[in-house]
Write a protein that binds this ligand. Sequence first.
Ligand code: AMP
Length: 176
Amino acid sequence: MKSLIEKIRTVPNFPKDGIMFRDITTLLIDADGFKTAIDKTVKRWSDLGVTKIAGIDARGFILGGAIAYNLGVGFLPVRKKGKLPPKTIGEEYQLEYGVDTLEVLQNSLDSSDRVVVVDDLIATGGTAEATVKLIRRLKAEVLGCSFIINLPDLGGVSRLKELGVESFSLCEFKGH
Ligand code: AMP
């Protein structure tokens, strides 16, 4: 049987030249692969008093919804700018060229919340860092960040560690 990492497709030069796109679509359409990825992640975050999963637009929604359901906790969508109706709070983060903004609903968490951030992949960590900042601005506690894929050479996990946030991922790819 194929391992989890073998179920992830790598597409060179997508969406632009020089990028090795790690495509989890091939993992998601494989029933065993999807279930294994969710089960392993749920096991990692069980029995820790998690109250919400914060899933990052858009692949973090697919994974985060299943993880939240299995943990029996709520799901907070972290959306790209302009998708959520008011009132929202936003946090800018750096892209390779320019900036983008992530938003969550105002007052959607409070100091009783213990939150795990979910996305498909961590590269430089900019996206996850913006999400951690949003959650902290809502006065909730970030228990950790959870990914399918870590690209360790791009430093995202170290960047989160400097913020005092631990990371969990199911597999790693060398390089970018
Ligand atoms: P970063 O903010 O640099 O950690 O980038 C993480 C975000 O960009 C995640 O939402 C990923 O879905 C996406 N991403 C970055 N690099 C890749 C890659 N090589 N393959 C697939 N998605 C990527």
